[in-house]
Ligand binder design. Structure first.
Ligand code: IMP
Length: 197
């Protein structure tokens, strides 16, 4: 087996759903040998105006706090009928105390009666290495928003995001990880890190 580009790294997230996805994609893509778990760091305030800015904030602060390479992602859902919203505000679409269910409900309410339901997930990933290098990549998954939630897998907006007739929540995790915005971004990151040498 080929050696991973980074021996040990931290997934700069406190969301266990996201860490699990990032870990399997990072290891599979040969980016990281071992994703170190169980470390802690101060809450990162994600107040940048872009996905790129927020991913960079998280990766920099977690690399600094842990002394390890840190890989952060930030994801936005861009809905055509909402002029690209919620975008960078996707996590708080239903307000400051947003949860998965309330966000999904707010999205379905915003699209009530709307026929044009095309949307995309966009993920930006940033790796900050112990030598200070910063490497960035992005991945996109195009789909459409369903009229009601379907499926029990995944997390977040997965039950209402449909690709090829099934929602991401109707796919098993291996299938989601083959096609997802996050997987594409992490594979692109692997390519960028390899080019960096
Ligand atoms: P963040 O990247 O953790 O800030 O996520 C932004 C928002 O998008 C949160 O509401 C997440 O639940 C949601 N989200 C992120 N990745 C996914 C995904 O792969 N599927 C569905 N929802 C996601």
């Amino acid at each position: 087996m080929t050696r991973a580009v980074i021996d040990r790294a931290v997934a700069a997230s406190k969301n266990p759903d996201k860490i699990a996805e990032m870990e399997s994609i990072l290891v599979e893509a040969g980016v990281v040998g071992e994703v170190v778990r169980g470390l802690d760091w101060p809450e990162v305030i994600e107040d940048a105006p872009t996905l790129e800015g927020n991913a960079l904030l998280k990766a920099r602060q977690v690399a600094e706090a842990t002394g390890l390479a840190a890989i952060a992602d930030d994801t936005g859902l861009e809905v055509d009928a909402l002029d690209g919203a919620p975008g960078v505000h996707t996590a708080r679409f239903s307000g400051p105390d947003a949860a998965y269910e309330s966000n999904v409900a707010a999205l379905l309410a915003a699209l009530e009666g709307v026929r044009e339901r095309a949307a995309r997930f966009r993920t930006v990933v940033v790796a900050v290495l112990p030598d200070g290098r910063e490497v960035e990549a992005a991945g996109v998954l195009a789909g459409r928003i369903t009229v009601r939630p379907r499926g029990s897998g995944g997390f977040g907006y997965d039950p209402v995001f449909e690709v090829g007739g099934r929602t991401l929540a109707e796919m098993d995790i291996e299938e989601k990880n083959r096609i997802s915005h996050r997987a594409r971004a992490i594979r692109a990151l692997a390519g960028a890190l390899l080019r960096e040498g």
